[in-house]
Design a binder for this molecule. Structure first.
Ligand SMILES: [Fe+2]
Ligand SMILES: [Fe+2]
Length: 225
């Protein structure tokens, strides 16, 4: 029979082995976490490539998603958000129009007035976009931003007609950047406005279609076009 000293030594040896296994499991957990993060980034990068491809189908929207993403991120940082949270808003901005892949191209390019059904189809893109990113559970807030980027402060937007602070704040940020980019880009129906005129237009929409506080932050941090 083992003496108390031998039993203690045996126990100490078992404890050291357990400790070593625990350290190894921590190492593997970190490795798995690291791989998971890389996989998350790769998934988003793939979708960003798709968003850019969609933009470049049309000379009027080339670079649109990249600019909206960069300005949305900048606005989130100006609000004092963490870099991680600002990155998420920026990624949602990059992907906000990805649902246009489900809208017939002819409707996106059409310059004549759209019929009610055509409008309906075109207005489906925020919901389609949210569904495209829905499988990525780490991007659930991004999916919400995409779904609501065409809501308006006064409730006249879509898909849910949300008003004011009921609209997710990230979606309100993306909306300001989206409108500013539309104003400062050539469109099939008008030429781009100069920055000063676009800023005035944003300020006119503050409290009507856009969150007034976010328009102030965006304008104070005025992007160069
Ligand atoms: Fe959109
Ligand atoms: Fe857009």
């Amino acid at each position: 029979m083992a003496s108390p000293v031998e039993r203690l030594a045996d126990l100490a040896a078992k404890y050291r082995r357990l400790q070593a296994s625990y350290q190894r499991s921590l190492f593997y957990a970190r490795e798995v976490r690291h791989l998971y993060t890389r996989l998350e980034r790769a998934s988003l990068l793939g979708l960003e490539g798709l968003a850019d491809a969609l933009d470049s189908r049309d000379r009027y929207t080339r670079g649109h998603s990249g600019r909206v993403g960069a300005w949305a991120r900048q606005t989130a940082l100006a609000l004092g958000w963490s870099v991680d949270h600002a990155d998420l808003v920026g990624q949602a901005g990059r992907l906000h129009d990805i649902g246009k892949i489900g809208v017939p191209e002819v409707l996106l390019r059409k310059t004549e007035a759209l019929s009610a059904d055509e409008w309906q189809a075109r207005r489906g893109h925020p919901e389609i976009g949210a569904r495209i990113v829905a499988p990525f559970d780490f991007f659930a807030e991004g999916a919400e931003i995409i779904r609501h980027h065409h809501e308006r402060w006064d409730g006249s937007g879509y898909p849910d007609g949300l008003t004011g602070s009921r609209i997710p704040v990230g979606a309100r940020i993306v909306a300001v950047a989206d409108v500013f980019d539309a104003l400062t880009s050539d469109r099939s129906y008008r030429v781009a406005l100069p920055v000063e005129a676009a800023v005035k237009e944003l300020q006119r929409e503050a409290g009507r279609t856009l969150d007034p506080r976010l328009v102030d932050v965006f304008v104070a941090d005025r992007p160069s076009v």
